[in-house]
Design a binder for this molecule. Structure first.
Ligand SMILES: NC(=O)c1ccc[n+]([C@@H]2O[C@H](COP(=O)([O-])OP(=O)(O)OC[C@H]3O[C@@H](n4cnc5c(N)ncnc54)[C@H](OP(=O)(O)O)[C@@H]3O)[C@@H](O)[C@H]2O)c1
Length: 291
C-alpha cells in the first residue's frame, strides 16, 4: 500500500523521500523521482510524513525511530488500520512534540491505488486536514473528513467489518450458485450488474472465478480489524453477530495455515465445507479497475 501511495505522490510531482524496512522493496520508487533513504530519521525534516505499516505496535516502533534524532516533521499523517487507543496514544505523543497529527486510514488495495481510486477517511484538526488535503487527493479520489480526534479510526474499523462480512457472504452465495450447476462467472456477472454489485464485488470477481489469488490483504490483517470492531462493540455495548461469526471463520482459516494468502481464499474453505473441489473457470472477467 505504502509503495503505491508514494508512487502516486512522486508521479504527481511532489518532492518525496521514502523509507521502508526492507529497502529493496522501495528502491524502484526512485524511477518515479522519489529519494529512498536508509534511516527513518532521514525523514524527520520533511513537512509531512505519511506512515503506512501494519499494526499499532509497528506504528509505535517506526514513529519512535522517526523522532529519535533532533529534527521533527511539521505533520504526521498515519494511514495504517490501527485501534482508537493506539491512535490516541500517538496523538498525545506527537502533541507533546508540537507535531500536527491526522488519523487517515484508507479504503482500497494496491491495485485500487494504481487505478487512482484510493479513498481516505480523516480525523484531527480541520486546519491540518486542509493542509494535507491536496496530497490526499493526489493519492486517490479524495477523502472524507469526519471530525476531531480518532473518529476516522472507528470509521475504518466499521468499513473493514463490512469487508469481512461481504467477502464471506460473496463466498457463500457463489458456492451456493455453483452447486446448483451455475458457472461462477455467470452468477457474478449478474450480481455485479445488479444493485448489489459494487467496486469491491467487481474487483474480487477474477479471484472468485479464476482463483487468481494474488495477495491484496491477508486473513491475519482482516482478523485484526474484525477484532478491533468487536472490541469497540463490546466497549460501546453494540451487538455485532455478523462480525463475530466472520471473525471465527477467519480464525478457522488461520488455524488451517491460510494466514498469509489473499483473504478471498475464504471461498476455498467455503467450497471444501460444501463438498466442492473448486477449479479455475479460466474465463476472461474484468475487475472494473483496469482500463
Ligand atoms: N492491503 C489492503 O488491501 C489494505 C487496505 C486498506 C488498509 N490496509 C492497511 O494498511 C496497512 C498496510 O497494509 P499492507 O497491505 O500494505 O501490508 P503489507 O503489504 O504487509 O506491508 C506492510 C508494510 O509495513 C512495513 N512494516 C510492518 N511492520 C513494520 C515494522 N515493525 N517496522 C517497520 N516497517 C514495518 C513492511 O515493511 P517490510 O516491507 O520490510 O515488510 C511493509 O512495508 C495495514 O494496517 C492494513 O491493515 C490494507
Amino acid at each position: 500500500m505504502g509503495y503505491e501511495m508514494a508512487a502516486r505522490l512522486a508521479k504527481g510531482g511532489c518532492d518525496v523521500a521514502v523509507w521502508n524496512r526492507t529497502k529493496a522493496k522501495a528502491d524502484p520508487l526512485a524511477r518515479h523521482g522519489a529519494r529512498v533513504v536508509n534511516e527513518l530519521k532521514d525523514l524527520a525534516s520533511r513537512d509531512i510524513v505519511f506512515c503506512m505499516v501494519s499494526t499499532w505496535d509497528d506504528v509505535k516502533e517506526v514513529v519512535g525511530k522517526l523522532l529519535s534524532g533532533s529534527s521533527k516533521p511539521k505533520m504526521v499523517v498515519e494511514c495504517s488500520s490501527i485501534s482508537l487507543e493506539g491512535s490516541a496514544e500517538l496523538r498525545e505523543l506527537l502533541k507533546q512534540k508540537g507535531i500536527e497529527y491526522l488519523a487517515a486510514p484508507v479504503s482500497g488495495n494496491a491495485k485500487v491505488i494504481k487505478a487512482g481510486k484510493l479513498t481516505f477517511v480523516v480525523s484531527g484538526p480541520r486546519a491540518a486536514y486542509d493542509k494535507a488535503k491536496p496530497y490526499l487527493d493526489m493519492m486517490g479520489t479524495g477523502s472524507s473528513y469526519v471530525g476531531e480526534g480518532e473518529l476516522a479510526r472507528i470509521a475504518k474499523i466499521c468499513h473493514n467489518v463490512m469487508l469481512g462480512v461481504v467477502i464471506q457472504c460473496l463466498s457463500e452465495i457463489t458456492i451456493l450458485a455453483q452447486k446448483t450447476g451455475m458457472r461462477r462467472h455467470a452468477f457474478l456477472d449478474f450480481l455485479n450488474k445488479s444493485v448489489m454489485g459494487s467496486m469491491f464485488t467487481r474487483y474480487k470477481t477474477p479471484a472468485l472465478v479464476n482463483l487468481d489469488f494474488k495477495v491484496t490483504f491477508t486473513p491475519r490483517l482482516l482478523r485484526k480489524d474484525l477484532d478491533l470492531g468487536l472490541d469497540a462493540g463490546r466497549e460501546l455495548e453494540v451487538p455485532m453477530p455478523l462480525a463475530s461469526v466472520t471473525r471465527d471463520l477467519l480464525q478457522t482459516m488461520i488455524g488451517h495455515g491460510m494466514s498469509e494468502q489473499d483473504f478471498a481464499t475464504l471461498i476455498l474453505m467455503q467450497a471444501k465445507a460444501s463438498g466442492i473441489d473448486l477449479k479455475p473457470e479460466n474465463v476472461e472477467v474484468g475487475d472494473g479497475l483496469s482500463s
